[in-house]
Design a binder for this molecule. Structure first.
Ligand SMILES: Cc1cc2nc3c(=O)[nH]c(=O)nc-3n(C[C@H](O)[C@H](O)[C@H](O)COP(=O)(O)OP(=O)(O)OC[C@H]3O[C@@H](n4cnc5c(N)ncnc54)[C@H](O)[C@@H]3O)c2cc1C
Ligand SMILES: *[C@@H]1O[C@H](CO)[C@@H](O)[C@H](O)[C@H]1NC(C)=O
Ligand SMILES: *[C@@H]1O[C@H](CO)[C@@H](O)[C@H](O)[C@H]1NC(C)=O
Ligand SMILES: *[C@@H]1O[C@H](CO)[C@@H](O)[C@H](O)[C@H]1NC(C)=O
Length: 351
C-alpha cells in the first residue's frame, strides 16, 4: 500500500516512522515544502513533554499525551542523548496562585503526569525559592524534554533507513497526489489552514531565547501564567536544558503572524533567567527567535475520510492541530493514525 504523509514537522515524521514500524508492507513517502533543518515550528519548540489541560480534554487527547510520554521515556533509556536529543529531567511545574504552596487539585496537573517518574507537591518554601516575585504553587516532577534539533534529524534518519522516500514540494490540493497514493495523511500543522480550508486553525506566536552557560543547567522550570494581559495573551516562563544550552521562554500571543523578535520581551526573559538561576546568571544569550504554534479552536483533528477520485478510492487521514503540544502529543497522535489505517490495510490486501 502506498502512503504519503504531507508535512515533515514532528507530527509528520513521527507518523511516517510509526507507520513503517507497524506495517512493513506500507511504502511511505514524506512530501513537504520544508524539511529539517529548515524553518519549521517543530524546531522552535522548547520540547517539554508536560501536556497542557484544555477545554476539550477528550479521551483521545489524553491518550495521545500519555502514549507520547511513555514512548519518550523508553527512548530516553534506549539510546544516547547525542543521537536523539531526548532526556529525562527533574523540574518544577508551577502556576501563579494567591499564596505560596497552596494545595492544587489534580485537574491542574499536567496531563502527561500519569507517566512521569515523579510528581510531588512543592512546599511554600520551595515555591518561594523557585519564584521569589510571584506567589505560586506546583509540583516537583520528573519529565521528558526533547531537543527537536536533534530529534527531528534522528526521525528523518530512521525514516530513510526504513526505506522511506522524500519529495520536496508544496501540496496545493488533494488531486495533486490522489492518483499516486492509496492513503494521504495531512500533517501540515498551520499549513492546514489553506490545505484543509480549516478556519479553526490560527497562529499563536511564541518567543524564546537560547543561552550558553559555563556549567550545564540540569533542571527545568515551567511556570504558567506569569502575567496575563487583557487581550488574552499570557507569558509563561520556562527554562529547559538542551544539551549544553538552555532555552528560555516564552510568550503566547494569539493571532499574531508577525515573527519579528520583540527586543523588550527578550530582555525581560533574560533578566528573569539571570535572577532565578545561579548558572544562568553569567550565561550568554546566543539566539533570540520566534515561532507560530499551529493552534486549533476546539480539539485536535485526527480523523479519516474516503473519497473516490476518477474511480480511484483514496483515503485521507488528518493529523493536525496539536497546538502548543505538538512534541508532547507527537507519537501518541501517530499511534491513533495507525488505528485508522488498520482496516485500510485489510481492504487493500483484498484488492
Ligand atoms: C515558542 C514555542 C514553544 C513551544 N514549546 C513546546 C513544548 O515545550 N512542547 C510541545 O509539545 N510543543 C511546543 N510547541 C509547539 C510545537 O512546536 C508544535 O505543536 C509542533 O511543532 C507542531 O508540529 P507539526 O508537525 O504539526 O507542524 P510543523 O512543525 O509546522 O510542520 C508542518 C510541516 O508541514 C509542511 N507543510 C505545511 N503546509 C504544507 C503544504 N501545503 N504542502 C507541503 N508541505 C506543507 C511544512 O513545511 C512542515 O514541514 C512550541 C511552539 C512554540 C512556537
Ligand atoms: C487535506 O484535507 C482537506 C480536507 O479534507 C482537503 O480539502 C485537502 O485537499 C487535503 N489535502 C491533501 C493534500 O490531502
Ligand atoms: C492561564 O491563562 C490562560 C489565559 O488567560 C487561561 O486560559 C488559563 O486558565 C490560565 N491557567 C491557569 C492555571 O491559571
Ligand atoms: C512586528 O513585531 C515587532 C515586535 O513586536 C514590532 O516592533 C513591529 O511593529 C511589528 N510589525 C508589524 C508590521 O506589526
Amino acid at each position: 500500500m502506498k502512503v504519503v504523509v504531507i508535512g515533515a514537522g514532528v507530527v509528520g515524521l513521527s507518523t511516517a516512522v510509526c507507520i513503517q514500524e507497524t506495517y512493513a508492507s506500507c511504502d511511505v513517502t514524506v512530501m513537504s515544502e520544508k524539511f529539517p533543518p529548515e524553518d519549521i515550528v517543530s524546531l522552535v519548540a522548547g520540547g517539554l513533554v508536560v501536556g497542557t489541560r484544555g477545554e476539550f480534554d477528550t479521551s483521545d487527547r489524553i491518550r495521545a499525551f500519555i502514549d507520547t510520554a511513555n514512548y519518550f521515556t523508553r527512548l530516553s533509556f534506549a539510546e544516547n542523548y547525542q543521537v536523539h536529543g531526548v532526556q529525562m529531567i527533574d523540574g518544577c511545574y508551577c502556576m501563579a496562585t494567591e499564596t505560596y504552596g497552596e494545595q492544587l487539585s489534580e485537574e491542574l496537573m499536567p496531563i502527561s503526569a500519569a507517566s512521569f517518574r515523579k510528581v510531588v507537591p512543592m512546599s511554600a518554601d520551595e515555591c518561594r525559592d523557585v519564584m521569589p516575585y510571584k506567589p505560586c504553587s506546583g509540583w516537583h516532577v520528573t519529565s521528558v524534554c526533547v531537543d527537536t534539533r536533534r530529534y527531528l534529524p534522528y526521525l528523518l534518519n530512521k525514516f530513510h533507513r526504513n526505506g522511506g522516500h522524500i519529495k520536496r514540494c508544496k501540496v496545493h490540493s488533494f488531486s495533486q497526489v490522489a492518483q499516486e497514493y492509496d492513503v494521504i495523511i495531512n500533517c501540515t500543522g498551520l499549513g492546514s489552514r489553506e490545505l484543509a480550508r480549516d478556519s479553526n486553525m490560527y497562529p499563536v506566536k511564541g518567543q524564546l531565547l537560547k543561552m550558553e552557560t559555563d556549567k550545564k543547567v540540569t533542571d527545568f522550570l515551567y511556570f504558567m501564567n506569569l502575567s496575563v494581559k487583557s487581550d488574552g495573551s499570557h507569558t509563561n516562563f520556562y527554562y529547559i536544558p538542551h544539551g549544553n544550552e538552555v532555552v528560555v521562554g516564552g510568550s503566547y500571543d494569539p493571532d499574531v503572524e508577525n515573527r519579528s523578535v520583540d527586543a523588550d520581551l527578550s530582555r525581560e526573559l533574560e533578566a528573569m533567567a539571570r535572577q532565578l538561576h545561579p548558572v544562568m546568571k553569567t550565561g550568554r544569550v546566543v539566539k533570540e527567535y520566534t515561532g507560530l504554534r499551529p493552534v486549533r479552536r476546539g480539539i485536535l483533528r485526527i480523523d479519516k475520510k474516503i473519497e473516490v477520485v476518477d474511480g480511484k478510492r483514496t483515503v485521507i487521514i488528518h493529523n493536525y492541530g496539536q497546538s502548543q503540544d505538538g512534541v508532547a502529543m507527537s507519537w501518541g497522535s501517530a499511534l491513533q493514525v495507525i488505528e485508522l489505517l488498520a482496516p485500510e490495510l485489510r481492504i487493500n490486501s483484498r484488492l
